[in-house]
Design a protein around this ligand. Structure first.
Ligand SMILES: Cc1cc2nc3c(=O)[nH]c(=O)nc-3n(C[C@H](O)[C@H](O)[C@H](O)COP(=O)(O)OP(=O)(O)OC[C@H]3O[C@@H](n4cnc5c(N)ncnc54)[C@H](O)[C@@H]3O)c2cc1C
Length: 349
């Protein structure tokens, strides 16, 4: 393997955790590669391009798509190598301690350290468990809300009770003609969310599931939905234009299961790590939704913290005498040069 093919850090997954890891890794002057399954960077945030995200420190409310653009711009600050359309299928280590990353394409990648930032693996929504559900996936059965305008003045039923489902109900309450939300058990979102929904004419059903999808004459669109209360057994029918299902995502367990390394995982396929993002394999770190430890925050804010920790640990693994944590970002020479223009503009004001 030529030296040029060997990286200090290879980040598997180009979502928020992977992109912030790439930024931080550049800050710490490590030769970095990102490998991403999709043809685009940004990870799960692509599921909610028009959702307004409020909980990123220091950022005003921002639509998901814009957040992707910002994350990508920041992630590429130090020009990491980016490999898109590449599914990593296994990770191993050779006798010299170099990681060998195998991809489904047949390519091999070589790295001194790895940051696994694959979230829940390749994204695959949990589908509505009804025999004819797939018949409507090209028309009015959705597993994400990409564009709010598609729901304008429509009668919309949302199935799901977590934060994502109730978020959509909230966003659509001012756009759709009618919004219904049905949850199999009780809602598990912020209390204020339910208060908001009720105050904004969203009809909320708890202990309720979709038991039948009834098609129109042509058989290509859902026209009516049968709902059943799981406690009382009462059945009702709703005339509906669009159905959104948000039951979470299947965890794609293939990568860690197929890797010969002894990476300790919990039953749910999280890498069991420490708050410093270390895993059971020396030199292999984890960041973002894939990581689990006490106090772990499965949100973008948590992904950023993990990413900085993972990079700092990777740096120390490669150079034990290096500073334990990165210095503040303005101490980086490359960034300092870019600062000059900003400072120039500030002085003009
Ligand atoms: C509908 C919805 C709304 C949300 N709203 C918010 C919110 O308001 N605020 C908030 O903080 N969080 C929110 N979240 C959660 C947030 O999106 C996640 O916490 C965050 O995306 C986790 O980032 P990550 O980089 O760990 O994983 P991901 O974003 O899942 O990125 C993982 C990346 O790894 C890639 N990958 C996976 N397997 C492989 C492989 N084998 N080879 C190569 N690439 C691979 C994937 O394609 C993906 O691009 C929301 C989530 C959803 C679903």
């Amino acid at each position: 393997m030529p030296d040029s093919d060997l990286y200090d850090v290879t980040i598997i997954g180009g979502g928020p955790a992977g992109l912030f890891s790439a930024f931080y890794s550049g800050l710490r002057e490590m030769k970095t590669k990102i490998i991403e399954y999709h043809s685009f960077l940004g990870g799960k945030v692509h599921v909610y391009p028009e959702k307004i995200v409020w909980d990123i420190g220091g950022l005003p409310p921002i639509p998901g798509q814009q957040l992707v653009e910002n994350l990508t711009q920041q992630g590429l600050t130090f020009d990491p190598e980016v490999v898109l359309n590449e599914e990593v299928i296994s990770i191993d280590k050779n006798e010299e301690g170099i990681f060998i990353i195998e991809a489904a394409s047949g390519n091999s990648h070589y790295s001194k350290t790895i940051i696994v930032a694959v979230g829940g693996g390749i994204l695959n929504p949990k589908r509505l468990p009804l025999h004819n559900a797939r018949d409507f996936e090209d028309t009015n059965l959705h597993y994400a809300v990409k564009y709010l305008k598609d729901f304008k003045n429509k009668r919309v039923l949302i199935s799901g009770g977590g934060n994502a489902a109730t978020d959509w109900a909230k966003e659509l309450s001012g756009i759709a003609k009618e919004v219904y939300i049905a949850c199999r058990s009780d809602f598990s979102c912020h209390e204020s969310q339910i208060t908001y929904l009720k105050n904004n004419s969203v009809v909320c059903f708890t202990q309720t599931e979709i038991t039948k999808l009834e098609a129109n004459r042509a058989g290509d669109r859902i026209e009516k939905v049968e709902l059943r209360n799981r406690e009382s057994g009462v059945v009702q029918h709703l005339q509906i234009d669009e159905v959104i299902v948000n039951h979470g995502y299947e965890r794609d367990t293939s990568l860690l299961e197929n890797s010969p390394l002894d990476i300790q995982i919990t039953d749910n396929y999280f890498i069991t790590g420490s708050s410093s993002s270390e895993s059971s394999v020396p030199g292999l770190f984890a960041a973002g939704d894939i990581l689990h430890h006490d106090g772990k925050l499965h949100l973008i804010a948590g992904a950023f913290q993990d990413a900085a920790n993972a990079v700092n640990q990777a740096k120390l693994y490669l150079e034990p005498e290096a500073t334990k944590t990165a210095m503040v970002s303005s101490h980086n020479e490359k960034l300092y040069k870019r600062n000059e223009k900003i400072v120039e503009d500030l002085l003009k004001e």
